[in-house]
Design a binder for this molecule. Sequence first.
Ligand code: NAD
Length: 334
Amino acid sequence: MRVAVFSTKPYDRQFLDAANAGTGHRLTYLESRLTLETVAVVDGADAVCAFVNDDLDAAVIGALADAGVRHVALRCAGFNNVDLVAAAANGIAVSRVPEYSPHAVAEHTVTLILALNRKIHRAYARVREGNFALDGLLGFDLNGRTVGVVGTGRIGATFARIMTGFGCRVLAFDPQPNPDCEGLGVRYVAMAELLDACDIVSLHCPLTPRTHHLIDAAAVARMRMGAMLINTSRGAVVDTRAVIDGLKSGRLGSLGLDVYEEEADLFFEDLSSRVIQDDVFARLLSFPNVLITGHQAFFTADAMRAIAETTIANLTEFERHGRPVHTVSVEKLA
Ligand code: NAD
């Protein structure tokens, strides 16, 4: 198949080329994001391969269909950036990589918790300047603390298992409880009770209309004074302005983000010589108790290899049988 691969970096090419060896797919790598402005470059492609911040709204889907594209192969798990109704209406199959390494994201989540709690981001900078004072670096034992997991699918369940290893009591909220978690001793509770009871709340649900701004001002107000909030799922699960207010009031003791609702204009690019135009994001950067990474939770060699192999398998299966291995259907929106 001829495949236009959007939003690519050298590391994407490395892993996709290795997975594609011998398959016959012709991959054209494009650095640009897929948007209505860039969609014209797909000319002649049978499929497009897209990533988390590519824009696949109804207008882009319509333009892809007009250009003869029949398959959108997402090289990620989340599919919130695709208008699945428009894809179905235009006869475009959508595939994704539902599972590549839940460990990569779960371990990064733990990295954010440990670093925030023990103020590693501040300690690192201090020691390099010859400042060995401990004021302001006080943390707490994770052992015995209560951790809330919102969404106990593949990543949330892996994260919950790790946290039980630290000796934490784990509470969870998920409309579909996971028996593996129950077996670990995780207790399912209502969202309100989770917010009330937890020292750390970590988000692992998909972004859907129901989870958009799941953490809003009311949710922040319910959280324990000084609680830690971690989001490695999708940015818009959190209302950023509400958490900024929570940080200013002290209701939120710390915030760890790997995702941000307006990240498409920022993440995955070197903007270090430019002035950041997003004032909300700039405000987040100003807090000493906020740690942000630029959507890197998935970024391990193991995960990249698995993502590339599943993406190529989706393309191959679609070419052979007209249906990818891991189809995303409209029903998934529910
Ligand atoms: P998954 O589908 O295995 O699990 C998602 C879980 O969320 C399911 O158990 C589902 O029942 C639950 N859920 C759905 N609606 C909910 C709600 N309203 N409240 C609470 N739980 C709800 O997905 P996964 O592989 O565990 O991934 C979770 C999310 O992590 C993805 O959707 C994606 O957005 C994000 N993700 C981020 C990165 C990263 O690099 N930061 C990488 C991969 C995935």
